[in-house]
Design a binder for this molecule. Structure first.
Ligand SMILES: [Zn+2]
Length: 510
């Protein structure tokens, strides 16, 4: 894993003891400049008035002779957020790389004391790493050394460098798994990648790939997989990841949507809407990325369990179709509304397994993470949608997760689960228990990202674990359809590795 290794300095004076070859100066250049660079910036500004307004390399008496000034814009406005720092650091890192620097030093200045900037230096490092990351296929074709030449970086901040690198290792793994094309990262190859990534780690990896076992234990998942089974290299699997804490007080349980390719199935995606659907595995990728960070940091008190459903939603003679009724792992009979609403089917089985095993873990909290609905992208833009159930609201699970996203540059917005959502997926006759979806695009359906959470709650049997039950189970549905790739460009956008930073900020102590 060649992402830039980090050296943390308490202040810029320590830089002399290292061989940095560029300085990336990131901040609001309309505020007071840091004393070490003020004269350089003012001199450069006399020659070029763009300095401080656009990102520029200015030759200066700093390490390497290269001072890269990368403005964030105003950080004190009511709507400023820490991603401005990530974006500026990313632009600066790319300029440094193209200029030939191999070991830049990152300096962030002028952060407001108020507002979500307490972790801005960490976010700057991750922003630089995000910009320097190159896709797995590109690295395999051309070599990592050629494509990612910056292998070291300095950061002036009081942060735990090992913690930051552990999170970046998780984000990198998530980007690889989400971003890679559907043959290189087929379901079975996804599982192999994880087996390698977690070899010699405290995370136990179990791959369930026996088709008969999957049919028995994950019937909804296997309905989605039905027309992929004839092609051996497209066959599905479930990967279970488990980290056992030495003194567990809490257990995070994740279901991850890993649709390695989504044709839509018999409700085929048409008019060009299929391109980019190799990224429909971003939920499983994000969960695996978070667990990579867990494996490196080995939290004392937090167990993590995940079930990742890795499936190709193919079209063919065996394809499942709308109107079918399939009994899920929970025993709930699901009426298929549209075969392109497939992610929720496998998530329902995965969540049902987690529900059953939750009783044997300390303080379980359940999550489903998925690129689930176009509606989430339409209504939230580039933000993750978080939808808590009743016990998650009562136990104050949602606000701290949202807050972590604000601080760690992985922002989300909260949506609420409503009775209309349950009404929307209700059974129309006694023939079935719940409807998976209407037969239309979520983006043109009212409450199109909220109602699937109602479906998941019913189809996974979690409606038996509300606040009024014997065993309430907090559950948050995390829809990353708007936030999973940069710019919402599913075919070409770089994966963002969401929600790794939010979960790390929330649950992994520094
Ligand atoms: Zn789909």
């Amino acid at each position: 894993m060649a992402f830039p290794r980090l050296t943390v300095l308490d202040d810029f004076a320590q830089a002399a003891a290292h061989d940095f070859d560029a300085v990336l100066l990131v901040g609001d250049f309309n505020q007071t400049l840091p004393a070490d660079f003020s004269a350089h910036v003012k001199r450069a500004k006399r020659l070029d008035q763009r300095v401080g307004h656009s990102a520029l390399l200015v030759p200066s008496e700093v390490p390497g002779g290269r001072l890269i000034c990368a403005p964030t814009g105003a950080l004190d406005s009511d709507y400023a957020d820490v991603r401005q720092v990530a974006e500026a650091a990313g632009v600066a890192a790319k300029i440094a790389e193209q200029a030939g620097a191999r070991k830049p030093l990152l300096v962030v200045f002028g952060l407001p004391a108020e507002g979500p900037f307490a972790q801005a230096e960490a976010v700057a490092y991750w922003g630089a790493c995000q910009a320097l990351y190159q896709p797995l296929e590109a690295r395999e074709a051309h070599g990592e050394e050629a494509l990612e030449p910056i292998t070291e970086m300095g950061l002036v901040a009081s942060v735990n460098g090992d913690w930051l690198m552990a999170i970046e290792a998780g984000k990198r793994l998530a980007r690889d798994l989400c971003g890679t094309e559907p043959e290189r990262m087929s379901a079975r190859n996804f599982a192999r990648y994880l087996q390698q990534a977690f070899a010699q780690s405290p995370v136990q990896v179990t791959v369930i790939d026996d088709i008969e076992q999957l049919r028995r234990d994950y019937p909804l998942l296997m309905a989605v997989a039905r027309s992929s089974v004839q092609v051996e290299r497209h066959r599905p699997c479930v990967v279970r990841l488990e980290y056992k804490a030495p003194a567990a007080e809490k257990t995070l349980m994740f279901a991850g949507k890993g649709i390695v390719y989504d044709t839509g199935g018999a409700d085929l995606k048409i008019n060009g809407h299929m391109a980019g659907m190799s990224r429909d595995k971003g939920g499983a990728a994000g969960v695996a990325g978070f667990i990579k960070s867990v494996a490196l940091l080995r939290p004392e008190t937090i167990n993590v369990v995940a079930e990742l459903g890795l499936v190709r939603n193919s079209i063919g003679a065996e394809a499942f179709v709308a109107d079918e009724i399939i009994t899920g792992h929970s025993g709930v009979r699901v009426r298929i509304g549209n075969t392109d609403a497939e992610g929720r089917l496998l998530l329902a089985d995965l969540l049902s397994h987690l529900r059953v095993s939750a009783a044997s873990y300390a303080n379980p909290e359940l999550f489903s993470v998925a690129t689930l609905t176009g509606h989430a992208a339409l209504s939230k833009g580039p933000y993750t949608a978080l939808i808590p159930n009743g016990p998650a609201r009562v136990n104050d699970c949602i606000e701290p997760l949202w807050q972590a996203g604000e601080l760690y540059g992985d922002p989300s917005e909260i949506s609420w689960s409503r009775r209309e959502d349950f009404q929307f997926v209700r059974a129309r006759t006694r023939a079935d228990d719940v409807l998976s979806s209407n037969n239309g695009p979520s983006a043109t359906t009212k409450r199109g990202h909220q109602f699937p959470m109602a479906f998941l709650t019913i189809a996974a049997g979690l409606d038996q674990h509300g606040n009024n039950s014997q065993q309430p189970l907090p559950y948050i549905h995390v829809d990353i359809a708007g936030s999973g790739v940069e710019g919402g460009d599913w075919q070409h956008g770089k994966p963002t590795a969401t929600p790794v930073a939010s979960f790390a900020g929330r649950y992994l102590s520094r």
